[in-house]
Design a protein around this ligand. Structure first.
Ligand code: ASP
Length: 344
C-alpha cells in the first residue's frame, strides 16, 4: 500500500546519477536543489520528499568508513521524522556501502534504499529516473497494519529490490549492474511491484533501532591465483596491526596444498589475524569439508565465510572489530547471520 501522507528523506552522496553534461559535453555534478528540473515526475508524488546532500558529493570510489558514519548520522538525526530513506550513491562501491550500513543500522524498522544509475540523470536515456522513482515509491510502501513494508538496507536497481549485503556490482556498462547471487530478490518492479514478504528481514520484536558508528578498517582482501608467489602472499604478514584477512579462494573454499602456502596462513593465524574463507565464485558457498585442501585450511583455524560476498565480509569484519569484541566473540559472530548476510 502506498502511503500518500508519508515522507522520504533523499540523501545524495554523489556518483553518476547526479551528473549533467556541461556545454562541452563533460560530466559535472548538478545542484541537487535543481532535481525537480531533471525529474519533473517527482512533483506527481503526493508524499513529501525532502533532500539533503553531502557538502562535497563524491565519486563512490572515495567512499570510506567515515562517510558511512556520516550517512548513519544523517539517518539517526532524521529517523523519527521520515518513513523511509533513499540514498543516491555511485554504483562502483554501492554494494560495500549497502553491506556496511546493514550492520551499522541495527534493528532497522524503516527502509533504507540505495540506488544510482549507469547514465547521468541529465541524459535522455538515463536509467536514473526509473531507479530513483521506483526506489522512492518502495520507501513509502506500508503493510496493511500501516508499518513500513521494507525494514532493511536494500539496493534497488534495474527493477530489482535486493538485500544490500547480498549484492555485487556485475557490469560496468549494462543497466542491469547488480546481482544478488546467493539470495532471491526482495521485490521485482514490473507493471506492479511484487514483494517477497516472506523474505524481508524484520527487526527483533520489542527492539529499537541502534546506530553504530565505529568500524575498524584493519582488514585486507587476499585473492589467490595460480602462480601466486610466496613473497606476494607473505607481504600480508608484515601489515602492522592487521586484524583480519578475507581470503578469496577457489570454488568451495579450496587453496593450494603446497607447504609454503599453508605455512604462511598458519603464521597469520598465530599472529592473531582472523582469516575468513570466501569463494571467488559469484554464487555458491564455501564448504571446507569438501576437499582436502579446504580441510587443511580448516585445521589451521581458517573460518568459513559460507555464502557471504566479499563486500559483506569486509563490512562485517570491520563492524565486529569496531564493536570491540574479542577474537573468540568475533569467531562466533562470523558463523551467525546478523542481518541476513549469510545462509545458515
Ligand atoms: N564512478 C562512479 C561512482 O561509483 C560510477 C557510478 O556512479 O555509477 O561514483
Amino acid at each position: 500500500m502506498l502511503d500518500h501522507n508519508a515522507s522520504v528523506l533523499l540523501i545524495y552522496t554523489g556518483g553518476t546519477i547526479g551528473m549533467v553534461e556541461d556545454a562541452e559535453g563533460a560530466l559535472m555534478p548538478f545542484d541537487f536543489n535543481a532535481l525537480q528540473e531533471f525529474v519533473p515526475e517527482l512533483k506527481r508524488f503526493q508524499f513529501t520528499i525532502d533532500t539533503i546532500q553531502f557538502e562535497n558529493p563524491v565519486d563512490s570510489s572515495d567512499m570510506n568508513p567515515d562517510k558511512w558514519a556520516k550517512l548513519v548520522w544523517i539517518i539517526e538525526d532524521n529517523y523519527a521524522g521520515y518513513d523511509g530513506f533513499v540514498i543516491l550513491h555511485g554504483t562502483d562501491t554501492m554494494a560495500y556501502s549497502a553491506s556496511a550500513l546493514s550492520f551499522m543500522l541495527e534493528n532497522l524498522d524503516k527502509p533504507v534504499i540505495l540506488t544510482g544509475s549507469q547514465l547521468p540523470i541529465g541524459k535522455i536515456r538515463t536509467d536514473g529516473k526509473e531507479n530513483l522513482l521506483t526506489a522512492l515509491e518502495i520507501a513509502v510502501e506500508k503493510t496493511p497494519e500501516g508499518t513500513p513494508l521494507v525494514t532493511e538496507v536494500c539496493i534497488f536497481f534495474q527493477n530489482l529490490l535486493m538485500r544490500g549485503n547480498r549484492t555485487t556490482k556485475i557490469n560496468a556498462d549494462n543497466f542491469k549492474a547488480f546481482n544478488s547471487f546467493n539470495f532471491p530478490v526482495l521485490a521485482e518492479a514490473g507493471t506492479q511491484i511484487r514483494y517477497r514478504h516472506d523474505l524481508m528481514h524484520r527487526p527483533l520484536r520489542g527492539s529499537t533501532p541502534k546506530f553504530h558508528y565505529a568500524l575498524d578498517p584493519k582488514v585486507a582482501i587476499v585473492k589467490i591465483f595460480p602462480g601466486m608467489s610466496a613473497e606476494v602472499l607473505k607481504a600480508n604478514s608484515t601489515i602492522p596491526h592487521l586484524k583480519a584477512i578475507v581470503l578469496e579462494t577457489y570454488g568451495a573454499g579450496d587453496a593450494p596444498r603446497e607447504q609454503w602456502f599453508l605455512d604462511i596462513v598458519e603464521e597469520w593465524i598465530k599472529q592473531g589475524i582472523v582469516v575468513l574463507n570466501v569463494t571467488q565464485c559469484a554464487s555458491g558457498s564455501v564448504d571446507m569439508s569438501r576437499y582436502q585442501a579446504g580441510k587443511r585450511l580448516q585445521e589451521l583455524g581458517v573460518l568459513s565465510g559460507y555464502d557471504i560476498t566479499t563486500e559483506a565480509a569486509v563490512a562485517k569484519l570491520m563492524f565486529l572489530f569496531g564493536l570491540g569484541l574479542t577474537r573468540g566473540e568475533i569467531k562466533i559472530a562470523l558463523k551467525m547471520s546478523i542481518v541476513g548476510e549469510i545462509t545458515v
